[in-house]
Ligand binder design. Structure first.
Ligand SMILES: [Zn+2]
Length: 246
């Protein structure tokens, strides 16, 4: 896409969408934002959360990074530049969102690089592998558990297990764990398959991501959820054909 098309797009937006939603923009400008949902999504150009969910400005607070990952909390907090963690903190503590959705996706290049490891064409990049190493243990376990399976199967399993890893990392932030325990915050693990246009949500009862059929889906982590139920190990065991509980 040529850059001129972006400016053409903005001209269309200004004359069309902006005018049609002038009341909304005026309200958002005067009252500020008050989204009830935070989505942690991948930076991949094909999986725009606002388009996938058909939301309006102000509806969702979004963090996008490579592979939709949440790092574990740093405790005590340090002085490094925690872009993802600071956005999550602002959404949860500042805006008081009621839901956090971690949205993984099929054909994720970041997860692919993690799976390929030293064989990846991105292996000598300065930051990429350090970032995706957030799910290194999950990747290593998947490679062991799914030995002999195709790269596609292993990559898909890591894409989904990494979502669970991020949910567990979310629970390592004390202000998230406290809100979940109080029943004021719910966490969701989703995975989007762009080749079939289907959204999947993690079901702790089956240790699998299941196609979302209607407009209701149970959260993955709510008050009282045993974190052992969403361990990536369970999902990988299920993919490997073992009983989900072990
Ligand atoms: Zn991705």
């Amino acid at each position: 896409m040529a850059l001129e098309q972006l400016l053409k797009g903005f001209a269309d937006f200004r004359l069309g969408y902006y005018r049609e939603h002038l009341d909304l923009f005026e309200r958002l400008a005067s009252e500020g934002q008050s989204p009830r949902i935070l989505i942690v999504a991948c930076a991949d150009a094909r999986v725009d959360p606002g388009i996938l969910t058909q939301t309006r400005p102000g509806d969702i607070f979004t963090v996008r990074n490579v592979a939709a990952m949440v790092p574990p909390a740093q405790f005590p907090p340090d002085t490094r530049h925690h872009g993802t963690s600071s956005a999550i903190e602002f959404a949860v503590r500042g805006l008081g969102v009621e839901h956090v959705v971690v949205l993984g996706h099929a054909l994720c290049g970041g997860i692919g690089a993690l799976v390929d490891g030293r064989d990846s064409v991105y292996a000598d990049y300065d930051y990429l592998s350090t970032w995706t190493a957030i799910a290194q243990d999950v990747r290593d376990l998947a490679v062991r558990e799914l030995s002999g399976r195709s790269r596609e199967e292993i990559t898909r399993a890591v894409e989904q297990a990494a979502v669970l890893n991020s949910l567990l990392n979310l629970m390592s932030f004390r202000w998230i764990a406290e809100k979940v325990a109080a029943g004021t915050l719910r966490l969701h693990g989703w995975w989007f398959n762009m080749t079939e246009g289907q959204l999947y949500a993690f079901n702790p009862a089956t240790a699998a991501f299941e196609a979302v059929e209607g407009i209701e889906v149970a959260p993955t982590i709510v008050k009282g959820t045993a974190l052992s139920a969403i361990k990536p190990e369970r999902l990988l065991a299920a993919v490997a054909g073992k009983k989900p509980d072990f």
